[in-house]
Design a protein. Structure first.
Length: 366
């Protein structure tokens, strides 16, 4: 899958169109000119989400009512598609070849993997960042699975509302358990699917990790269920059903769901040490990059094509030696988009790249 061109209007400060190279694309310019905005626009048209905000209306240019990002995508020399995401207020519209589509049907047309400073939360932040990494990877391989995550979130939201009401109204444990039963039944089924998908995804990531691409330290990951040590994880649905029944009183007291895959985590180790606690900033950046490269490899093995790779402010996160190793590794694989503010980057890596100078939201080919 190739991104042939991208066009934006009303999206942040962007205006105009870029025609992309199949290999390396470099967006260069001073800070605040819109380089990252172009990467965000690519991520948006690929995933329907921004990597910078959960509130898409914030990406609509001040004073504008509508933002549109559209892309021409080549599946094969004979097949091209027009993808478009339109944002108006809190409403998002998705079209493929000008035909309106649901999120489930839209996803899978184009996929992008992102490496930027915010994504470092995966290796150094809270567990929810690592769960999002896993879930995004799963959906990239099996887009319909997004419905399972949506349904799970809905069940947790409904259950939390019920628990808070039970606590506030001092409902008996027996009555609350009765009210919770249909929600817990759905939760157990959905959590079992999510647990199985995450464990399998982690196995696949571990199987392709370039563990020592950037140094001698060895990287490994392990999925950690919040039910670990509580019983037989091999029969997850039976185990979580049992735990849900046992923890009703504790959940009433807390006012929210204490059992489920929303409490799980991903352990990341460098040479056997917890990277989040003991890793240096450089080791954390290298680990994130290795994880995203593994993510790309798993996608390729499953889908038979490479995703786009978006690297924001690359020379602020990696030294030139590691960038050279990375670009050599990616050559002939991904269609890659990087941003930089340094002319020296162009001199060193721009020989076989498409270069765009970004100023005031416009990207001009050099």
């Amino acid at each position: 899958m190739l991104l042939l061109s991208l066009e934006a209007s009303g999206f942040r400060n962007l205006q105009g169109k870029i025609t992309c190279s199949a290999g390396l694309n470099i967006l260069v310019g001073e800070n605040g000119q819109g380089k990252t905005n172009w990467l965000e626009a690519i991520a948006l048209v690929a995933s329907t989400r921004s990597f910078r905000t959960m509130k898409l209306h914030e990406a609509v240019r001040f004073g504008e009512q509508l933002a549109i990002v559209s892309a021409m995508v080549e599946e094969s020399p004979e097949i091209t598609r027009k993808l478009q995401v339109s944002i108006q207020g809190n409403t998002k519209a998705l079209t493929v070849n000008d035909k309106k589509e649901t999120v489930q049907r839209y996803l899978g047309q184009l996929h992008a993997v992102v490496f930027n400073a915010d994504e470092l939360e995966i290796v150094r932040g809270h567990p929810d960042a690592r769960r999002r990494f896993l879930d995004a990877g799963i959906v990239s391989l099996h887009p319909p699975f997004i419905q399972t995550f949506t349904d799970y979130s809905r069940v947790i939201k409904q259950k939390n509302a019920l628990l808070q009401r039970a606590r506030d109204e001092e409902t008996t444990t027996e009555k609350t358990a009765e009210l919770l039963a249909p929600w817990n039944e759905q939760l157990a089924t959905l959590a079992s699917r999510i647990h199985r998908a995450r464990v399998r995804f982690v196995e696949r990531i571990n199987g392709v990790l370039e563990k020592q691409l950037f140094g001698r330290e060895e990287l490994s990951i392990r999925y950690v269920s919040s039910l670990e040590g509580k019983g037989d994880l091999a029969d997850y649905e039976a185990l979580i059903t049992e735990r849900l029944a046992l923890r009703v009183h504790a959940e009433i007291i807390s006012g929210h769901a204490l059992i489920g895959t929303h409490r799980d985590d991903l352990e990341i180790h460098f040479d056997g040490h917890d990277l989040r606690k003991y890793g240096s900033a450089g080791q954390q950046r290298s680990a994130l990059l290795l994880l995203q490269l593994a993510n790309i490899a798993v996608y390729n093995a499953t889908r038979g094509e490479y995703p786009l790779f978006l690297l924001d402010d690359i020379d602020a996160e990696l030294d030139y030696n590691r960038i050279a190793q990375l670009l050599e590794y990616l050559e002939g694989k991904t269609q890659t988009f990087v941003t930089t503010s340094k002319e020296s980057f162009i001199e060193k890596f721009g020989t076989n790249a498409a270069i765009f100078r970004v100023a005031d939201g416009t990207a001009k080919s050099l």
